[in-house]
Design a protein around this ligand. Structure first.
Ligand code: ADP
Ligand code: MG
Ligand code: ZN
Length: 618
C-alpha cells in the first residue's frame, strides 16, 4: 500500500496590509483611543497595534509576530480593559508575569496570576474571586504548567465560559509551542485543549520569533481557525551594524569612535560585568566624555538617578549590563556599543534596537574577541550574568530546567560567536535569518561592515586542516586550551609548547604555511559546529578564566572518516600561494580584487577606522 502523506491544511490569512483592520469605524474605536491615552499613557498606536486589536475584538483568532519591545502586551491589555469578562493570559515565566501584573495594578487594572508554586490558600482566594458573580479581574495570568496540571483551573474556566465571562485567550511567547523554536516548552503543546473546550473564544497568539515552520506548528497545536497573521519586519534600516576586533586598546578605540562620529550624542555601552561597567565609565570620563555606569548592584535610588540624568542629557554615555533597557524609551540614542560578546542574537538584536527609535541613523558596534566567548561561557555556567527579564528560556527559580537552560544558553552563545566570526555575509541577513525572516542583502545598501567591505571571497575546503586540528586536540590529551593548540599547529617554540612537543611532533608546525587568521577561523568553526567543545576549567582568584578543548566524539568520528567536508569562505586577499596546497573554488560573484583586507579575528592590530568612518551616522 502506497504511503500517502497527510496533507496538512494550514488556514491563515495575511492580516498585515489589509485595510479592513486599520479602520477607525469600529464600534469600539473611540473607547480604544481614549483608554490608550488615559490608562496606558500612550500618545498613539505603534505599527500593527490598532490592526491586531480590531481583529481580535472582531472575534478572529490572531497570530502576531512582532519584535521584542514592539508593544505586544497592549494588543491584549487594551481589549481586556474594554471588553466585558476576563482575559486569560498564558505566559511562560513567573518573573515576566509579575512584571506585567505590577504595571497593570499601577494603571489601576485588576489582574491576578496563578502559578504552580503558589500557596494553596492564595490560589483558593483567586478561585473564589473567579467564581463570584461579577468577577473583578480583567486579566488572569497563568503558566502553561497550570493549564496542564490543574483541574481546578479548567473547571473554573468552564464556569467562566458558561457565564459568558471568558472574553479572550492569549498565548504569549507562542513559539514555546514548537519543538522547532529555540525555547520549546512541552506544556505549551497541551494548550490545544483550550480551543477544544472553548471553540468560540478568540485566541490571540503572540511571539517575537517564529520561522515559517514554527508558525505552522503553533497554529496547528493551538487549533487556531482561519487565523489572521500580523507580522512585521525585524529589520531596522536606520541602524548600521559592525563587528570590530577587540584589542587591548579597546577603550581607546571606543573613545575615538565616539569622538569622530557621535561626540556629545547619547549612547549605551553594554558591558559584561558590573566591574566592567565601572571601569569603562571611569576610563571614558578620563577621556572627557560625560559617562556613568548602571548595573544591578546599585540601589534603586542610585539607578533611578543615573537613568534620569541620562534621559535629561546631563550625561550622554551609560555603561551598563543588560539589566539596563527595560522600559527605556529614549528616542535619540545614537549608538549602542557592545564592549563584550552578547549572550544571544536575540539579545543582541534587542539591545541594538534601543538605538535610533526616532528613525535617524545610529551605529551599533560590537567589539569581539574569542577570549570573551570563554569568559561569557564561564559566567553563564556560574549563573553570574545579569539578565534582562525578557530573556527567553531563563528562569533562575526553575531548577528542574536548569540543565536544559544551560544548554540553550550555550547554544545561543555559540550562534553569537558564529555571527561575529562571519566576515562575509550581510549582518542584517544573519540577524533576520535568526528570526525566520528572509532578507535580500542588496537592500542593505552597504549599511553593515560586511556589505561595506566590497572584497571578493573564495570558498575553501578546510577539511584537512580541521582533521589535523582535531587530531592535535586528541594528541594533547584534551588538556590544553585553543590558543595552545593554535601555537603548536603554527609551530611555536615557546616553553609551554615544547613541554608537549614529544606528543604532538607529527603536527607541530603543520599549519605553518597557513595565513595567520586561518587556523583560528577553522578551530573556532569546529567549536561553533560542535565538533570541539570548550570546557571552562577554572577561574582563578582574580576572576580570569581558562578553558580546555575537548573532542565531541560522535560528531568527530564522521569527520575523521572523511564522511564530511568543511567549506569556509575567506576574503580572497589571503594570498593564493598559501592556499595553493588545497582545493578551492571561487565564490559566486565577481572576483575583482577588492582592497587588501587584513580582518583577522585573533590577531587584531589596527582599529578599523576605515570601517568606523564609513559607518558614521552623519
Ligand atoms: P513586547 O511584548 O512586544 O516585547 P511590550 O508590550 O512589553 O513589548 O512593550 C514594550 C514597551 O513599549 C513598553 O514599555 C510599553 O509601555 C511601550 N509601548 C507599547 N505600546 C506603545 C505605544 N503605542 N506608544 C508608546 N509606547 C508603547
Ligand atoms: Mg511581551
Ligand atoms: Zn549588509
Amino acid at each position: 500500500e502506497a504511503f500517502i502523506p497527510k496533507i496538512i491544511e494550514v488556514n491563515y490569512i495575511e492580516g498585515s496590509g489589509d485595510k479592513r483592520w486599520s479602520s477607525k469605524d469600529f464600534p469600539w474605536t473611540k473607547q480604544l483611543e481614549v483608554n490608550n491615552k488615559k490608562v496606558f499613557g500612550n500618545h498613539s498606536f505603534r505599527p500593527n497595534q490598532r490592526e491586531i486589536i480590531n481583529a481580535t475584538m472582531s472575534g478572529c483568532d490572531v497570530f502576531v509576530l512582532m519584535p521584542t519591545g514592539g508593544g505586544k502586551s497592549l494588543t491584549y491589555q487594551l481589549p481586556a480593559l474594554i471588553c466585558p469578562g476576563i482575559t486569560l493570559v498564558i505566559s511562560p515565566l513567573v518573573s515576566l508575569i509579575q512584571d506585567q501584573i505590577m504595571h497593570l495594578l499601577q494603571a489601576n487594572i485588576s489582574a491576578a496570576y496563578l502559578s504552580a508554586n503558589m500557596e494553596w490558600t492564595e490560589q483558593q482566594e483567586i478561585f473564589r474571586e473567579l467564581n463570584s458573580e461579577y468577577c473583578n479581574y480583567k486579566l488572569l495570568y497563568v503558566t502553561p504548567e497550570k493549564i496542564a496540571k490543574s483541574d481546578a483551573l479548567l473547571r473554573n474556566l468552564e464556569s467562566l465560559h458558561a457565564r459568558e465571562l471568558l472574553a479572550r485567550i492569549v498565548i504569549d511567547e507562542a513559539h514555546c509551542v514548537s519543538q522547532w523554536g529555540h525555547d520549546f516548552r512541552p506544556d505549551y503543546q497541551g494548550l490545544g485543549i483550550l480551543k477544544q473546550k472553548f471553540p468560540n473564544t478568540p485566541v490571540l497568539a503572540l511571539t517575537a520569533t517564529a520561522t515559517a515552520s514554527v508558525k505552522e506548528d503553533v497554529v496547528q497545536a493551538l487549533g487556531l481557525v482561519n487565523c489572521i497573521v500580523f507580522r512585521q519586519s525585524f529589520n531596522r534600516p536606520n541602524l548600521r551594524y559592525s563587528v570590530l576586533p577587540k584589542t587591548k586598546k579597546c577603550l581607546e578605540d571606543v573613545d575615538k569612535f565616539i569622538r569622530e562620529n557621535h561626540f556629545d550624542e547619547c549612547g549605551i555601552i553594554y558591558c559584561l560585568s558590573r566591574m566592567d561597567c565601572e571601569k569603562v565609565a571611569e576610563k571614558l570620563q578620563e577621556f572627557g566624555h560625560k559617562s556613568a555606569f548602571y548595573h544591578g548592584n546599585m540601589d534603586p535610588a542610585q539607578r533611578a538617578f543615573v537613568q534620569k540624568q541620562w534621559s535629561k542629557d546631563e550625561i550622554n554615555i551609560i555603561c551598563a549590563t543588560v539589566a539596563f533597557g527595560m522600559g527605556i524609551n529614549k528616542p535619540d540614542v545614537r549608538f549602542v556599543i557592545h564592549h563584550s560578546l552578547p549572550k544571544s542574537i536575540e539579545g543582541y538584536h534587542q539591545e541594538c534596537g534601543r538605538a535610533g527609535r526616532d528613525g535617524l541613523r545610529s551605529s551599533c558596534i560590537l567589539y569581539y574577541s574569542y577570549s570573551d566567548y570563554i569568559r561569557v561561557k564561564h559566567m553563564i555556567s556560574q549563573g553570574a550574568i545579569e539578565q534582562n527579564s525578557m530573556t527567553y528560556g531563563y528562569s533562575r527559580s526553575n531548577m528542574t530546567n536548569s540543565g536544559r537552560i544551560l544548554e540553550t544558553n550555550t547554544e545561543n552563545l555559540l550562534r553569537m560567536v558564529s555571527y561575529c566570526e562571519n566576515d562575509v555575509d550581510c549582518r542584517r541577513l544573519l540577524q533576520l535569518a535568526h528570526f525566520g525572516e528572509k532578507f535580500d542583502s542588496s537592500t542593505c545598501q552597504k549599511t553593515c561592515d560586511n556589505c561595506l567591505k566590497n572584497t571578493s571571497f573564495i570558498e575553501k575546503d578546510v577539511t584537512e586542516i580541521a582533521k589535523q586540528l582535531v587530531e592535535l586536540v586528541k594528541l594533547t590529551g584534551q588538556k590544553v586550551s585553543s590558543s595552545h593548540i593554535l601555537e603548536v599547529y603554527r609551530g611555536s617554540l615557546s616553553q609551554l609548547v615544547k613541554k608537549h612537543r614529544h606528543d604532538t611532533l607529527s603536527f607541530h608546525g603543520a599549519g605553518k604555511r597557513l595565513a595567520k587568521g586561518e587556523a583560528s577561523r577553522v578551530l573556532h568553526h569546529l567549536v561553533v559546529e560542535d565538533f570541539l567543545v570548550e570546557e571552562v576549567k577554572k577561574s582563578d582568584f582574580y576572576g580570569s578564566v581558562s578553558s580546555i578543548l575537548k573532542v565531541n566524539d560522535p560528531k568527530v568520528h564522521n569527520l575523521l572518516l572523511g564522511g564530511q567536508r568543511i567549506i569556509l569562505r575567506f576574503p580572497s586577499s589571503i594570498k593564493a600561494s598559501k592556499l595553493a596546497k588545497y582545493e578551492f573554488t571561487p565564490a559566486k560573484g565577481s572576483l575583482t580584487s577588492g582592497k587588501q583586507n587584513s580582518h583577522q579575528i585573533d590577531t587584531p592590530a589596527q582599529p578599523q577606522t576605515q570601517v568606523d568612518m564609513n559607518l558614521s551616522a552623519k
